[in-house]
Design a protein around this ligand. Sequence first.
Ligand code: PR8
Length: 468
Amino acid sequence: MKNFSQWFHDILEEAELMDARYPIKGMSVWLPRGFQIRKYTLKALQELLDKDHEEVLFPMLIPESELAKEAIHVKGFEEEVYWITKGGKRELNEQLALRPTSETSMYPMFSLWVRSHMDLPIKVYQTVNTFRYETKHTRPLIRVREITTFNETHTVHATEQEAEEEVQEGIRIYREFFDELGIPYSISKRPEWDKFPGSKYTMAFDMIMPDGKTLQIGTVHNLGTTFAKTFDITFENDEGEHEYAHQTCYGLSDRVIASLIAAHGDEKGLQLPPVVAPEQVIIIPIIFKQKEDIVLDFTNKLEQLLENNGIRVKQDKRDLRPGNKYYYWEKRGVPLRIEVGPRDIENNSIVINRRDTGKKEFIDYDENTITDTVKEILDDITVQMKENANKFQQEKTYSVEKLEQVKKTINKKGGIITCNWCGDTDCGKDMEEQFDIDILGTQEAEVSGDCINCQKPAQYKVLISKTY
Ligand code: PR8
């Protein structure tokens, strides 16, 4: 892919995912196909969250007084908040923020809900739109001003230990989710200066995009007791004393769809993992004159059979040349194509074509086994797509020992550099400036040797890249 930015822009339009021509910068329209992919993606996520979390829905507006309460938090978001100042012609007594995220909308309510340790833990999530007046260059799905798919989980616990465990749980859920979609990631602990405003620490998932820059695709934050202190979320412990609750929150956005598109797409267009594909199988009847009935009888039956067995299948009967149809569905990322012509029916076989490998194969047709065969192939496609995407992320992660190599490697190859680091903020910021790169974060690892930049003893393995 020569120019990822252009490719990404074009694919949204060509695969009919989104229309970015909406007349507000940073806001786009989900088209029916895009919306379906979004729907199946959310379904996969919600199935994971629902095992141990409950869905809720909070209002979109936050009174200024609540938003302003947590000083560090509001400082982090002050440049990005949209304000509602009027109701009709009247100035509002108190201006209202369009939520940039929901801590300050939820936590005043949590304060009312939590009385004793019996009320804990709280583990809730919501999927909503949030608004951030981003000043950096906006891009559909990647950096938007209306995040239309903000899935945020918020939890409240009695102990620090439990909150710590919930952070691990959040990471586990996101890992499983990304694995299911075949989206590769590197996990690291964000440096102090890049953690979520108000949090104790932030764990982040980053994916290397085809152009070598990384995209943050998910974050899990340990909030400690900071917000509990601000919003007075306390409970009475066994000794009858009031204690502050420990909190976590974690979130994903439209970027999940962006990373899905970027991880698997190619020159032919979109490539969708079966789990989120609106059509998992497309059937193309190869129609010749006089043989039309025979072919359509067959393909109609096949379509029905697959559909009855829970496969999302569609038949393209349009009056177009088969080649055009192949091109059309390849661009839209359908994982598996089945072609059936009169001769195939005579030979009791069908042609299958995998979007991931582009390989064409004749298989014997047996009504009793075809569903299982198709399911097996779809499963294999899922595995292969994930392996290919993971391979790319691994191959683009370079371990580097000398400072000169940092910039050279990133400029030449992109991707993520790992090296030794002391962990010192000044040293980290110095590196970011010197090389025009970002420190993604640190990973737990045995390190020996010196910091690549300041030569003091190294404490961490650090991940560095250019970022979106
Ligand atoms: C929280 N509070 O808010 P976070 N466009 C697209 N995606 C974005 C954008 C944007 N402008 N800004 C952020 N994201 C916490 C956790 C509730 C949930 C994505 O955390 O500010 C990023 O991928 O880190 C980020 O990982 C995620 O939203 C959560 O945002």
